[in-house]
Design a protein around this ligand. Structure first.
Ligand code: SF4
Length: 325
């Protein structure tokens, strides 16, 4: 490992000042330490924010809930308000990583975790995300776990988070503080598709720090988070799915569908949602929505199964949720 400056911030303002444009913030360290050990990331300064008072889970005036950026994944999943009002988020968190990692990993760090593309971590492989312009060995390599939606010829990596898929379905908001002050960004616009700049993964500006995530007021819908992976625990999603569904008198009045493991960001299936809202809540409508969810899929050599898996997962989950309404 290379030498770097380790700095500890006393408050948010000092953290932003210490980090400067090139620093990296250290919270749980569950991804950053791996990246530094493998020399995928080589920050010259690391600002430890783990002692800042950003771990509270607090009610918002309008009825939502604010998750501090340093709230541990395990604490959020166990919080009674989250379990009762946002079960899709609690389930997503409990399906991520291992109990040990969930005890360390934070809300902010989960948002910023980087892809697990094997070529990204292999310094002998060509990777545009690690080294812009170098090429992408995943395109002609083993790409079974890679993207089927929203990819580009420059990068076909997927975002690894479970939590972020649930946050996308919930239409959460990410709160930021940086050198130019505070701002808020919808979580659905926080992560970027790769396009021609796969090394730029979020809309975070230089030196900005995630301070919290706001969940909107709960709504009367049924929701679930389902995850298909190669083994029953401690594995990233091949395909995951967060669904929120509000069915009244046999019709769907509101629906949110977000997919994980299929794109460079949590993928909101807006066209599938449009198929559902206002239609009869029956199997034909659910099948149409499931087909719409993957209509734009462009599989690679080894991951065509993901489109069919996602389609079946959407359909099955909608049927199950409608049955609970
Ligand atoms: Fe790098 Fe993206 Fe290609 Fe993986 S898919 S090797 S992260 S450019």
């Amino acid at each position: 490992m290379r030498e770097f400056a380790y700095l500890r911030a006393a408050d948010v303002a000092e953290a932003v000042e210490l980090a400067g444009p090139q620093g990296r913030y250290l919270a749980g360290g569950t991804n950053l330490f791996d990246l530094m050990r493998e020399e995928v990331e080589r920050p010259e300064r690391v600002v430890d924010i783990s002692r800042l008072p950003l771990s509270a889970i607090e009610p918002l005036p309008g009825g939502g809930l604010r998750l501090g950026a340093l709230a541990r994944n395990a604490h959020v999943a166990a919080d009674d308000r989250v379990r009762r009002r946002y079960p899709v988020l609690a389930r997503a968190l409990l399906k991520g990583a291992s109990p040990q990692l969930r005890n360390r990993a934070t809300v902010g760090g989960n948002l910023l975790q980087r892809t697990r593309c094997r070529y990204f971590y292999d310094l002998t492989a060509a990777c545009n995300k690690r080294e812009p312009g170098a090429g992408c060995d995943a395109l002609g390599g083993f790409n079974r776990t890679h993207a089927i939606l929203g990819a580009s010829p420059n990068c076909v990596a997927v975002h690894p988070s479970d939590m972020c898929v649930a946050l996308a379905a919930l239409d959460a908001t990410v709160n930021l503080t940086g050198p130019d002050g505070e701002r808020s960004v919808p979580v659905t616009g926080f992560h970027l598709l790769p396009g021609g700049t796969p090394h730029i993964e979020t809309v975070l500006r230089s030196g900005e720090l995630i301070t919290s995530v706001d969940l909107p007021p709960e709504r009367p819908w049924h929701g679930d988070y389902v995850k298909v992976r190669d083994r029953a625990s401690y594995a990233f999603a091949l395909v995951s799915l967060a669904v929120l569904l509000d069915v009244r008198h046999g019709r769907t009045v509101a629906a949110r569908i977000a997919l994980g493991g299929v794109a460079h960001k949590p993928w909101r299936a807006y066209s599938a949602e449009e198929q559902l809202v206002g239609a009869a809540a029956d199997e034909a409508a659910f099948e149409r929505a499931a087909e719409a969810a993957v209509a734009e899929a462009r599989p690679l050599d080894h991951n065509a199964f993901k489109a069919e898996l996602a389609r079946r997962l959407v359909r099955r989950t909608l049927v199950e949720l409608a049955g609970r309404s």
